[in-house]
Design a protein around this ligand. Sequence first.
Ligand SMILES: NC(=O)c1ccc[n+]([C@@H]2O[C@H](COP(=O)([O-])OP(=O)(O)OC[C@H]3O[C@@H](n4cnc5c(N)ncnc54)[C@H](O)[C@@H]3O)[C@@H](O)[C@H]2O)c1
Length: 388
Amino acid sequence: MISREVILPTLFQERRRGKIGDIAIASRRPDTILELRRIFAGEEFKGYPDPAKLAAGNSDPDAYKKALAELAEEGIVIVATPDHLHIPVVLDTIAAGHHMIVEKPLCLRTDEVHQIIEASRERGIYVLTDYHKRHDRAIRAVRFKYRRGELGEMLHGHAWIEEKREMPLKVFASWCERSSPFEYIGVHYVDAYYFITGLRPKRLVAFGQKKFLPKHGKDAFDAMQATIEWSDGSVLFVQTSWVCSEYNSALTNQGLQLSGTEGEYWADHKDRGLHFVTQEHGFEHYNPNFFKAYDSFDGEGQVEYVGYGYNSIVQGLDDIRAILEVTRGMSREGALSKRKEAIAELEALRALPSQALIGTAVIEGVRLSVQNGSKFVTFDDRMKPKLL
Ligand SMILES: NC(=O)c1ccc[n+]([C@@H]2O[C@H](COP(=O)([O-])OP(=O)(O)OC[C@H]3O[C@@H](n4cnc5c(N)ncnc54)[C@H](O)[C@@H]3O)[C@@H](O)[C@H]2O)c1
């Protein structure tokens, strides 16, 4: 879904702009490659597995390894497998020496994040997690004012993010039992609070409900909530679900309210003050900021994709291009040390693994709390959650 709707249109646009070269797509099934060729007719890309060599209906979960082996030296990898399947691809990509962008959450367990931190630091590899809400101006606005003291000290906040039931029932039918609405979408607002405030989670308690999905053959959570206390004693309540009505006015209900000692922030991130009513789709809230197609100023009939979904990926591509440029032509050792230096400078500014650790720590903590009858969970000095 994210590859089809955001990543590939972004890459094809970047290629039209002359910023990247060849594109290859690795999936498991040749059918996916054929489907993408149909959707993106006219766009050139190499497909793994090759539908000419592996017949439709078959699956090759290791096809990405062949793609990695054949990737050019300055090739960049974007990992968009289901959440629980990021880790093998990320570690293999580091071992192959390629920089990468990974869809959020980086992975599901803090010990996996530490594995990634260690391996990527040793090899001087850039690993950006695509937390695209960091690029939403509605989030950047509150970070800007909070960091300048206009909200004072944080007291508490409430984030909500809820999707339509088609997500676990259709789109992720094959992996919804391995995930949850907290891991899949709630983590966005955990990372947003960390991005805005720089605070770290101290303890949490979480809840989950299984009422609707079990009646539809899925042993998965309908909804999950967490109350998270942060290092300054402020509290964020995060409410998530993925069983909203099919008739909801957008795929995602979402928003954030924050109260500080000197001011408050209130934002509906679904209703951006713009809606359509059409015969085809009925009433729709329309978020013009995420990732939308617009008429290009460059030519009649051409389309330009704009938004924070786009900017987030392009930030990773631009960082990687800059790292490749400053190390080109250097000796192996010289390039390694220059890469390490360039990545260390970005550590405080980007969702590199040391920052992505926070989102993963909270989702691992939420799962631990829910599995233990909603007990409180705290974190050790490596952010590993443990029962209080
Ligand atoms: N940044 C965002 O806002 C955003 C939005 C949606 C999803 N996501 C994240 O993106 C990732 C993918 O989500 P999605 O919604 O596209 O899921 P999806 O199920 O639609 O797509 C995942 C794809 O990975 C493929 N895959 C599985 N194992 C593979 C392997 N070994 N090699 C190659 N391909 C493999 C599957 O066949 C499938 O095509 C998840 O981590 C999700 O949380 C991010």
